[in-house]
Ligand binder design. Structure first.
Ligand SMILES: [Zn+2]
Length: 259
């Protein structure tokens, strides 16, 4: 039997600066509670590296394994998230849009989101030394399905290369910006030498699924701990008070209609 495992997706660990940011910005005090609640809810935090080993070599994963990922590489991942992750001994992976390093989140400010500082390489290096892993998230945080083949290949390979050059170690994990991919871009990620890639489709993973289309649960910036727990229990993105009731009723109905 193969264990199911979960991957959580966060973005900024900061107080939201606008209503639009509520979904993406998790206040540090709440992130602290989320990280404390992983183990107390019976989940075992694991690294993406451990998941990679499980997928490649069937090395055992604990039951109820969960990996924490943070997309884009916001500076608050260093200032706010790092101390909390270290305090709770939670392994985590940050997916970097390498062209924005030491810059701003231009792909968001174009859509009227507040401007946010991104990590610089010194911070990335310091986090690497604290055990935080880094994955690639393209150079320009682009929509891969809208680009021609050469550009797709550049965006994927160059982000990998830049991280490897700076950290002096292989970068084998990728996340699709906006969760957007096509069969071609999925294959380009595999051909670039990555071992796994994260989408933004919700749900549980097992080693029998495509390692280049791993599912992730999106944790919203304002999710209360009970919502996080419900999302992890059912592998869903949108928690609601009545979800467990609806879920068990539909299971019961299935049981009675099955011959
Ligand atoms: Zn992103």
């Amino acid at each position: 039997m193969s264990n199911r495992f979960l991957i959580l997706m966060y973005h900024m660990i900061s107080e939201p600066l606008s209503k639009d940011e509520d979904k993406y910005a998790c206040p540090p005090s709440l992130f602290d509670k989320h990280m404390a609640s992983l183990r107390s809810s019976g989940f075992i935090p694991v690294s993406l590296e451990a998941i990679e080993q499980h997928l490649k070599h069937q090395s055992p994963l604990p039951e109820k394994a969960v990996a924490v990922t943070l997309d884009d590489g916001f500076e608050d991942n260093f200032t706010n998230a790092l101390p909390i992750l270290v305090k709770h001994r939670i392994p985590a992976t940050v997916f970097l849009a390498t062209g924005s390093i030491d810059g701003y989140n231009q792909w968001m400010t174009r859509r009227n989101f507040p401007s946010r500082k991104m990590l610089n390489w010194q911070q990335v290096t310091a986090m690497d030394q604290e055990g935080i892993a880094f994955g690639a998230h393209t150079v320009t945080h682009c929509k891969l399905p809208e680009l021609d083949k050469e550009t797709v290949s550049y965006e994927i390979s160059a982000s990998k290369q830049q991280i490897e050059d700076r950290l002096g170690k292989p970068c084998r994990h990728f996340a699709y910006p906006y969760g957007l991919f096509t069969t071609d871009s999925r294959n380009a990620v595999e051909n670039a030498g990555f071992s796994l890639a994260c989408s933004t489709r919700s749900g549980f993973n097992t080693r029998h699924k495509d390692p280049f289309l791993l599912h992730r649960i999106e944790v919203y910036g304002n999710d209360a701990c009970w919502k996080l727990k419900q999302k992890m229990t059912f592998g869903i993105n949108n928690a609601d008070l009545f979800f467990p009731l609806k879920y068990y009723c539909s299971r019961l109905a299935q049981r009675f209609t099955r011959k």
